[in-house]
Design a protein around this ligand. Sequence first.
Ligand code: UDP
Ligand code: MG
Length: 321
Amino acid sequence: MKKTISVVVPCFNESEVIDFTVKELLSVTASMSDYQFELIFINDGSADDTEAKLLNFSKQHDNIRTLSFSRNFGHQQAVSAGIDASRGDAVVLIDADLQDPPQVIGQMIEKWQQGFDVVYGTRINRQGESTFKRASAKAFYKVLNRLSEIPIPLDTGDFRLMDRQVVDQLKAMPEKARFIRGMVSWIGFNQTYVEYERSPRFAGESKYPLRKMIRFALDGILSFSVKPLKISILMGFISSGVAFLMLMYSVYVRLATDEWVSGWTSLLDSILFMGGVQLIAIGILGEYVARIYNESKHRPLYILKKGLDGEHSESRQQETE
Ligand code: UDP
Ligand code: MG
């Protein structure tokens, strides 16, 4: 029997690109006739007609399925929903804007057939992305790897193929703050990569404004590392050490000489410095506490609209009435 591969595509306001994307994915997957494909599109609460277009496609093609969220839950949630709904022996994650060329899926499948459980795409070139985005992405991965206890591959997005055994592990991980590429690294098994050139978005705008990027970067760092907490302790030690030395110096000057340390500038300065350090430390602590709070609410990861995709009874979805 042919093996089935699920292709998961998160879509948020992708009306401009979706027709072409569906066409392209259909033709690329049709060219790999040794495998069966199911294409799962997740409409992440788009405000445009992405949903209508997707539903239309799934009516026309048996191997296209559409899930739709009750509102915009975010990229990682959309990908999670697709993973939860997937039935294939392997699952491929790909963006709707075709920045990650679907042709690479063929190479990923080859590696998978050689026995690898995860094949991620590594970008060797990011055309059409601003210098700022490239530089910030690079800095982010550097910082993340410094801080994180597990290595997370550089220059890698969510474009990847995962074997069923990895997918099942991923599905069993309940955390709300999802940073899928880190979670997959953490799961382990046999992982490898294929290189590809990241093309520019061919239409539409990036749905990742700076605000979302920062949020996502924080999720990555705070979910995979407790080092920021340790750094805040270190900062505390350093600044109180400096303060202690200054105190010793002032006592020495007062006792051993006829002068004393004058002026309130240095005093004010050190108060401000200490205050800053304390606020940073409390802020870091607060981020972790907020995460504990969010996880402890046990809300579903996402909410699906009812009846669009027929029967699936996975745990993490709660359908609206
Ligand atoms: N996306 C999503 N929900 C969001 C934001 C983005 O499902 O809230 C999807 C989007 O439709 C695209 C993918 O995630 O398929 C990547 O988004 P985008 O191309 O805007 O990000 P970039 O490539 O600029 O990082
Ligand atoms: Mg993109």
